[in-house]
Design a binder for this molecule. Structure first.
Ligand SMILES: Cc1cc2nc3c(=O)[nH]c(=O)nc-3n(C[C@H](O)[C@H](O)[C@H](O)COP(=O)(O)OP(=O)(O)OC[C@H]3O[C@@H](n4cnc5c(N)ncnc54)[C@H](O)[C@@H]3O)c2cc1C
Length: 360
């Protein structure tokens, strides 16, 4: 089958790899170079965590499978993509109904090797944290972070090795004009513009990220991937990059906005991060920082989109990765390939599947 894919972010490229492996004639049309400057997929790090609060039983097995498939992609391409530093989900209250508590209990039930650490134990193992007012954290050793600047070219290389034609600087104006048997639109925040008849209320929300450059790493070098009060305050961050940058970001949206608008950091958000690090990551307090705004593409409940476009049997859309899709990378490709081949995509991973609680 000839499959034309619009968009070379993680959804489009992972789909290209899987469809090419399955023997389809795949072409990807990307408006920019890969990774695109404005793509949500472009970044220095993306967290891979199995703790999904009350939704962990749904998401953790897929995270586990993605973790194996990232290793397969590394083996196929020789690139270093997934860094298993562990991930700690810290919270101020550890009680039923809380994101961290529910996630911890669900993971325990699934046999995931998660450990609860009281505040003093967190500070002992990860001395960069000041746990003032925080109760403790659930530490998952089978987690860490994915390097998107390696992952995206890896998907592209692996897809090309199976015959895919990946064209950069090729913006698509009209999806129906693509010469292929089947079209799959993976245009991220630009999806509603290209496919206005999706029948879904998709939001694009501006999110803040700060990059700190401390003079010396010291205790920061031992940081795992982490979050603090993820569902309410939304703080999260990463171990230092190879060139000494420490990323601290916020999962709570700043505002709905246009992804083609200004990407400069919002002053209030930058100030909020500075206040946060002073309190909980004091080694970053006087380090120079640079902020930026990036954009989540959100379905109404935070679930992904894998669906046919209503009224068009040869036109499909995949996306709405919000702030949590990247970790599933190779699984996104499996689901997208199943979608265009007419196989069922697990209902739990589709916004049009059965309803459930909001995903954090
Ligand atoms: C700030 C931020 C932090 C995140 N952190 C995490 C994390 O820690 N862990 C995690 O698992 N996930 C995380 N995510 C979520 C994840 O990164 C996104 O869900 C995912 O990258 C979205 O991928 P995409 O392919 O849908 O969109 P994009 O990456 O935006 O790709 C869409 C592509 O389509 C192209 N395009 C658009 N229009 C056209 C056109 N007309 N013609 C051709 N090409 C076009 C664009 O140039 C772009 O390259 C984060 C997201 C953001 C924004």
């Amino acid at each position: 089958m000839k499959v034309g894919i619009v968009g070379g972010g993680v959804f489009g490229l992972a789909a290209a790899w899987r469809l090419a492996v399955r023997g389809h004639a795949v072409s990807v049309l990307e408006a920019d170079t890969i990774p695109a400057q404005k793509a949500a997929s472009r970044d220095v790090s993306k967290a891979l965590r199995a703790g999904y609060g009350a939704c962990s039983a749904t998401y953790a097995p897929a995270v586990g499978r993605a973790r194996e498939l990232w290793r397969e992609l590394e083996a196929a391409t020789g690139r270093s993509i997934y860094h298993e530093t562990g991930c700690i989900q810290i919270c101020s209250r550890f009680e039923p109904g809380g994101f961290e508590y529910d996630g911890y209990r669900e993971l325990e039930r699934l046999g995931w090797p998660v450990t609860w650490l009281e505040a003093n134990e967190v500070e002992r193992r990860f001395p960069a944290f000041a746990m003032d007012g925080l109760r403790g954290g659930a530490f998952d050793p089978n987690a860490g972070w994915v390097d998107p600047m390696e992952a995206l070219p890896a998907f592209a290389d692996a897809a090309r090795a199976h015959g895919a034609d990946i064209r950069e600087r090729t913006p698509v104006e009209e999806v129906h004009a693509l010469e292929s048997d089947v079209r799959l639109v993976c245009a991220g925040a630009w999806l509603p513009r290209l496919v206005p008849d999706l029948g879904l209320a998709i939001r694009t929300t501006r999110q803040h990220e700060a990059m700190y450059r401390p003079a010396a790493l010291g205790d920061l070098a031992a940081l795992p991937a982490w979050s603090i009060d993820m569902a309410t305050e939304g703080w999260y961050g990463f171990p230092p990059t190879a060139d000494g940058l420490v990323k601290v970001a916020r999962h709570v949206p700043d505002a709905d906005d246009d992804p083609d608008g200004d990407r400069a950091p919002v002053a209030d958000q930058a100030e909020a991060v500075r206040g946060f690090v002073e309190h909980h990551l004091p080694a970053l307090t006087n380090a120079p920082d640079e902020g930026r705004s990036c954009f989540y593409t959100m379905s109404p409940d935070g679930s992904f989109l894998f669906d046919a476009v209503p009224g068009h049997e040869d036109l499909f859309a995949a996306g709405c990765g919000g702030g949590h899709a990247f970790k599933f990378g190779p699984m996104l490709g499996e689901w997208a390939a199943d979608l265009v081949e007419g196989r069922p995509v697990p209902e739990a991973f589709r916004i049009r599947g059965k309803g459930r609680d909001r995903v954090v």
